[in-house]
Design a protein around this ligand. Structure first.
Ligand code: UD2
Length: 318
């Protein structure tokens, strides 16, 4: 049976991929240094996976983790624009040095394919919408630069060593288990939990900024499809993973008011450093490359996410 390695397995996206693979009866190994990942995300699957607490910066640990592995889903990262603005070195270490270590380990272990959690932030603030993969990247924040640098490493390892790599440029993934508790948490996880608690959320800027918010199930399915697609279609390539639609923060706040029952207002604070204004993906390449289709649209994704946080009592301030 094939073995799948997930880096960042205790994170929101990594743990979701793990559950999907287990549902298919696959064998899963996972590494996480628990810097941003949480054991509770893998609590109910802990007995079914080979979990190793390890840091990507530990090359020997990555070599051990890659031993006997066929597919790697590289989700481990410090995923935050503002955090990278405060600590560019830390962002680079986790998001670039860690990736290079993993790639060396995967190459030496003769892994069949590595799927990489790339980021829509690579496009930066270019005015053209939707963003398509042929556009010249224009990263703004250190985080965006680091995620883009790792894309280039992915492609380089395909070109130089023949290690099949696929870069999946995620567009603002959201859903159950996204950590709402850090000041750097994704906006939807923060807003939903705040509004469920009756607390006033803060919009940085005028709220006109828009995102191609993508429900987690879509990202999971993109990973599974990319792993199985013919190499000629995906290896050494970059694909947007999104829905091809966008919503701005003001309209999102209105939808969330209905879903959460929050009756208050929103407050405004200055725009964030390194922030980009609009983000929207062209998903044609992913459709052609591995038959990707967004399965869950934005509103349905919001509904499911609100219900999950409500059910988990996350809004109570975990
Ligand atoms: C970027 C990437 C995303 C992913 C993520 C890291 C883009 C377009 N997207 O997300 O794909 O890699 O980094 O996980 O670059 N905001 C508020 N109030 C809050 C929190 C956030 O107004 O309490 C705003 C924030 O200023 C921004 C928007 O909400 O304009 C989205 O912020 P985010 O941190 O959820 O994600 P973003 O777009 O930086």
């Amino acid at each position: 049976m094939a073995t799948h390695l997930i880096t960042g397995v205790a994170g929101f996206i990594g743990s979701s991929i793990a559950r999907a693979l287990l549902d298919r009866g696959e064998q899963v190994r996972g590494v996480d240094n628990l810097a941003t990942g949480k054991r509770e995300n893998i609590a109910e699957i802990a007995h079914s996976i080979d979990f190793r607490e390890a840091d990507l910066l530990d090359l020997e640990a990555m070599k051990l983790a890659c031993r006997g592995v066929d597919w790697v889903f590289h989700q481990a990262a410090i995923p935050s624009v503002p955090k990278s603005v405060l600590d560019p070195l830390g962002s680079n270490q986790a998001n670039v040095d860690g990736t290079v270590n993993l790639l060396i380990a995967a190459r030496d272990a003769k892994v069949r394919r590595v799927m990489y959690a790339a980021s829509s932030s690579a496009y930066g603030d270019t005015p053209t919408l939707p963003k398509h993969e042929q556009m010249t990247p224009n990263p703004i924040s250190p985080y965006a630069v680091a995620k883009l640098a790792s894309e280039h490493y992915m492609i380089s390892f395909y070109r130089c060593y023949g290690l099949e790599t696929v870069c999946l440029r995620y567009f603002n993934i959201f859903g159950p288990r996204q950590d709402p508790t850090s000041p750097y948490s994704g906006v939807l996880a923060k807003f939903i939990t705040q509004m469920l608690r009756g607390e006033q959320p803060t919009i940085f800027g005028d709220g006109g900024q828009s995102r191609d918010f993508t429900y987690i199930d879509n990202a999971v399915s993109a990973n599974l499809l990319a792993a199985q697609a013919p190499a000629a279609k995906v290896a050494g390539k970059v694909f947007n993973v999104a829905t091809g639609t966008r919503a701005d923060l003001n309209e999102t706040f209105e939808i969330l008011k209905k879903l959460t029952g929050y009756s208050g207002t929103v407050k405004h604070a200055p725009e964030r450093e390194g922030d980009i204004k609009h983000s929207l993906a062209d998903i044609t390449l992913a459709r052609e490359g591995f038959a990707y289709e967004p399965k869950v649209n934005f509103e349905e994704g919001l509904k499911r996410t609100v219900e999950w946080y409500r059910g988990e009592g996350k809004a109570a301030g975990a």
